[in-house]
Ligand binder design. Sequence first.
Ligand code: 5GP
Ligand code: ZN
Length: 111
Amino acid sequence: MIDCPFCRIVARQSPADIEYEDDAVVAFKDIYPKAPVHILIVPRRHIPSILELTPQDAETIGRCFVAARAIGEAKGFGERGYRVSVNCGPDGGQVVYHVHFHFTAGRRREG
Ligand code: 5GP
Ligand code: ZN
């Protein structure tokens, strides 16, 4: 298996606070939360980065956003809203090269 921290979480070989999962997606609490609610949404299948995305990945990536909606509803942010963001590559601040979406909520942004 690829030596990837998020693949290990998906495979239950590393611990994580799992918040949501389905056949395509796993979501778990960020270990260093930067907002009152900070969840990482990752595809089960290892896709390194948006920088390497192909059309074959479109369904999987779409499933991550559908999961974001489910998490938002489940946590009571369905109307107030939340942020879903992704860091892409070195200049985009990506540290873990298993594509993931940051779901952050619970703090109104300034401006
Ligand atoms: P990136 O900068 O790659 O978009 O963000 C990686 C995120 O993953 C960071 O917010 C970091 O706190 C989180 N993170 C890194 N390693 C782990 C881990 O092993 N477990 C969990 N739950 N979060 C992690
Ligand atoms: Zn991986």
